[in-house]
Design a protein around this ligand. Structure first.
Ligand SMILES: Nc1ncnc2c1ncn2[C@@H]1O[C@H](COP(=O)(O)OP(=O)(O)OP(=O)(O)O)[C@@H](O)[C@H]1O
Length: 259
């Protein structure tokens, strides 16, 4: 079986005269810890939207576990094991982490709308929800409505929700965006402890997270792949440094300097 779990080849997305994605070819390997980085407007969000099926490409192909999914609907990609993290800020605000995870786990197990009963009666749903609460350090806040949770805990819940879908490929979209400094470490550690058999593509501005997490990196600039390599190669690449410095590095998006 191929070592590549998710790949795209020659992916192009045009919005009128703007080319947001320009002939992007990328392979995500089994068990990958792969980061997608690039300055603002490089096309990271557009690429994730293409991979997940929110947007349809102008050209190119996407293959998941050997199957062409280029035109497959987003929910069917999820069913095939590719899951992205979602912003839950509005969606689940009045529900607690326990209720939220029980809902997703029971949905995943085909129990659907009966999750209220399942929460009490289905041992499997309860156990899996508790496991996720522990893994994502949410046990102590499991009965607090999401809207009252610290920002870092909400971000952890977002990742827990994605993992509750039993992904083989996880697209982690800016897990520390907006999280105060004091709450970042917990997310870094939790992300580092994600199951080894889940292949992860991390889209992130925070270079601490990127360099502590990734074994492989792809740098996007103006919609195209500038370069790909291991963290040492990327940090030492003068073109990468120029791109970041040239765009005026900010606190959340400093030039890579970790090698
Ligand atoms: N729906 C759209 N219509 C027109 N142009 C778009 C659309 N979506 C994205 N673009 C353009 O495509 C380019 C890439 O945008 P994208 O949001 O993918 O970049 P990004 O790397 O995710 O940026 P950021 O890190 O700032 O979110 C930008 O020039 C953007 O203006």
């Amino acid at each position: 079986m191929s070592d590549v779990v998710l790949s795209c080849a020659g992916l192009v997305k045009k919005f009128g005269g703007i080319t947001a994605t320009s002939h992007v070819t990328l392979d995500l390997r089994r068990g990958a810890r792969h980061a997608l980085i690039g300055p603002n407007g490089a096309g990271k969000t557009t690429l994730v939207n293409l991979l997940t099926g929110v947007l349809e490409p102008t050209a190119g192909r996407i293959v998941l576990e050997g199957q062409d999914i280029t035109r497959l609907a987003p929910h069917l990609r999820v069913r095939r094991g590719m899951v992205r993290t979602f912003q839950i800020n509005q969606l689940f605000s009045s529900m607690t982490p326990l209720q939220t995870l029980a809902l997703v786990v029971s949905q995943q197990r085909g129990l659907g709308g009966t999750f209220w009963q399942a929460l009490g009666r289905d041992r499997g749903v309860t156990e899996r929800s508790e496991q996720l609460l522990e893994r994502f350090r949410l046990a102590e806040v499991m009965d607090i409505p999401t809207e009252y949770l610290a920002y870092g805990k909400r971000r952890l819940l977002e990742i827990a929700i994605a993992l509750a879908c039993d992904p083989r490929v996880l697209l982690l979209d800016e897990p520390v965006a907006g999280v105060p400094a004091g709450e970042r470490e917990e997310i870094l550690q939790t992300v580092a402890a994600l199951p080894a058999d889940v292949s992860v593509l991390l889209i992130e501005h925070d270079m601490d997270l990127v360099f502590s997490f990734a074994k492989r990196m792809t740098v996007l600039v103006n919609g195209a792949v500038l370069t790909e390599g291991d963290p040492e190669q990327i940090a030492a690449d003068p073109r990468v440094r120029e791109v970041y410095l040239g765009h005026g590095a900010t606190a959340g998006e400093e030039a890579p300097a970790h090698a």
